[in-house]
Design a protein around this ligand. Structure first.
Ligand SMILES: [Zn+2]
Length: 168
């Protein structure tokens, strides 16, 4: 993705107040991030472990979503699969993240939940730049380009749900 500035990131959020978008903590060293290897920018809030953020190009514009980690205890022995990048992780490597829907639906308390790599580093797992905690990775026969397309497609579908965007 194209590198984003702090202002662009803060202005991109669609499901929180302007005040919250102004205050939320951004990843450190924005300029040094490996943007060329990122399909989206995702990070956990260092000061608030139940919060995560995701910013991705959507229909040509950066769209930012604030996410909450519901406090549900999960089995640490189970293998879980990220619904965006299809990387399998052991235990807590995948988190259920819930985003409030944009606009009126969100104000009424509607959220969209999905299982995502807990560190939101899907782009790096897909490219083999970061390894899952699993020693054996399920065979992935799909070429890298198609794995990236699949991740972006899954992400687009998630963002469409948050935005309430029904155009195909
Ligand atoms: Zn993932």
């Amino acid at each position: 993705m194209e590198p984003l500035s702090e202002n662009e990131i803060r202005a991109s959020f669609v499901n929180c107040s302007k005040g919250e978008a102004r205050r939320l903590s951004l990843p450190r060293g924005l300029a040094e991030l490996p943007w060329q290897n990122l399909d989206f920018l995702g990070w956990r809030d260092q000061g608030a472990p139940d919060r995560a953020y995701l910013v991705a190009p959507y229909a040509g514009e950066p769209v930012g979503v604030t996410l909450r980690v519901p406090t549900i205890r999960r089995s640490l022995t189970k293998t879980n699969v990220c619904s965006l990048c299809i990387t399998a992780h052991a235990g807590s490597g995948v988190a259920l993240l819930a985003g409030r829907r944009a606009g009126a639906a969100g104000r009424e308390g509607n959220t969209v939940g999905t299982y995502i790599c807990a560190d939101l580093a899907c782009s790096l797992y897909v490219r083999g730049l970061k390894k899952s905690t699993l020693i054996t990775r399920p065979d992935e026969s799909l070429p890298l380009e198609l794995q990236i397309d699949r991740t972006v497609g899954n992400l687009d579908a998630f963002l469409a749900k948050v935005l309430g965007d029904t155009t195909p």
